[in-house]
Design a protein around this ligand. Structure first.
Ligand code: KG4
Ligand code: ZN
Length: 336
């Protein structure tokens, strides 16, 4: 097989993205149009506004991705697209676009699971990372511990029972007036705050060793704020941000460490939007070093939503001949 070039499209939430990826690892282009400015006014992603913005931007973003890669569609071997999980309107824009390009250019079509895409972001910069390894995917919608047994093969070990880690960041940021998007704002505020100022509970899920729960922590933060207000006490938002962040990072690190021990893993890879959090990266790097486990995490640009990771994930399907047909549809609640 010569060099395989995949044009990948990602539109599951509030980033319109396209990339050209060669042989499942070389990123020839990675274009991301972020809609953050459009949603900031509303304090979160408004699905209808997101869909409309995807429709406006998807053509120029794909044109830029091909141009930056020095390609035309005749140099492309397959079209890959995120078909779930995500917001149905935004997903449909990408899926319809990818199907149209595949049909018009007579190219195979590959449907990619967004969460698996996040995990595959680790292959872009870490040529030495090979299955089997354990991964923690932490994003705005998902928190999973997963054993990657082979390319495209995996076993979910644990998941969140309620809010995703990123969702907790976003909700707490809103509560303390930091606004949207919450994760990066809390990360920033935490640099100035004292992580030991407030002790928040570390939630345990009774019947599971490794599952996560973040809704109790979110309520604890809200209760803390309400009590302070009733007693007319001022709360330092930086201390609160740092203490909340520490609670999340500690739980993610503790469960990951216990799971690494139980499964005797050789390597551990962090992934998803929350993987760009400085404290989480540092904490898991330390934990892995202490356990003698190899630690991997993508650069922040490949942690948050992008299409390069979708092009990487699609390569395994390309090699195996796992192609979708033109009946491919968006699956908003697609699971890993
Ligand atoms: O993976 P992603 O871009 O989209 C989803 O698939 O959900 O993740 C977005 C999530 C948001 O909840 C955002 O607040 C969070 O990742 N996030 C962060 C940071 N950057 C993004 N959370 C904590 N610290 C960060 N630096
Ligand atoms: Zn994502």
């Amino acid at each position: 097989m010569g060099k395989v070039r995949i044009l990948a499209v990602e539109s599951s939430c509030d980033e319109t993205a396209a990339a050209v990826v060669e042989d499942g690892k070389n990123v020839l282009s990675n274009v991301i149009y972020s809609q953050i400015d459009l949603h900031t006014l509303y304090g979160g992603v408004v699905p209808e506004i997101a869909s409309r913005a995807h429709i406006e931007k998807i053509d120029p973003v794909i044109t830029s991705a091909l141009f930056e890669a020095g390609c035309t569609l005749s140099d492309i071997d397959a079209v890959a697209v995120t078909f779930g999980p995500g917001l149905v309107g935004p997903l449909l824009v990408g899926v319809a676009e990818a199907k149209a390009i595949a049909f018009a250019s007579d190219l195979p079509l590959i449907g990619v699971n967004h969460i698996y895409g996040h995990i595959c972001a680790n292959f872009i910069e870490h040529a030495d990372l090979k299955p089997p390894f354990m991964t923690l995917v932490v994003s705005g919608g998902h928190t999973h511990l997963v054993n990657i047994t082979d390319y495209g093969e995996y076993e979910v070990i644990a998941r969140t029972r309620d809010d995703a880690a990123g969702e907790a960041f976003d909700k707490v940021a809103r509560a303390i007036g930091l606004g949207y998007p919450g994760g990066p704002k809390i990360d920033e505020a935490s640099k100035r705050g004292n992580p030991d100022a407030i002790v928040f509970p570390k939630a345990k899920v009774g019947d599971s060793e490794f599952d996560f729960s973040f809704s109790g922590l979110k309520s604890a933060v809200l209760n803390y704020l309400n009590h302070a207000e009733m007693k007319n006490e001022t709360v330092d938002p930086d201390d609160l941000a740092a203490s909340f962040q520490k609670a999340v990072v500690d739980v993610l690190t503790d469960h990951s460490t216990l799971a690494m021990r139980k499964y005797g893993v050789r390597d551990f890879a962090l992934a998803g939007g929350v993987a760009s959090n400085r404290a989480l990266r540092a904490s898991l790097a330390d934990a892995c070093a202490a356990e003698g486990v190899g630690f991997y995490v993508p650069s922040p640009v490949y942690c948050t939503d992008n299409a390069a990771m979708i092009g990487v994930a699609a390569y395994t399907d390309y090699v195996k001949g796992n192609f979708a047909d033109l009946a491919l549809n968006a699956v908003p609640n697609l699971s890993l």
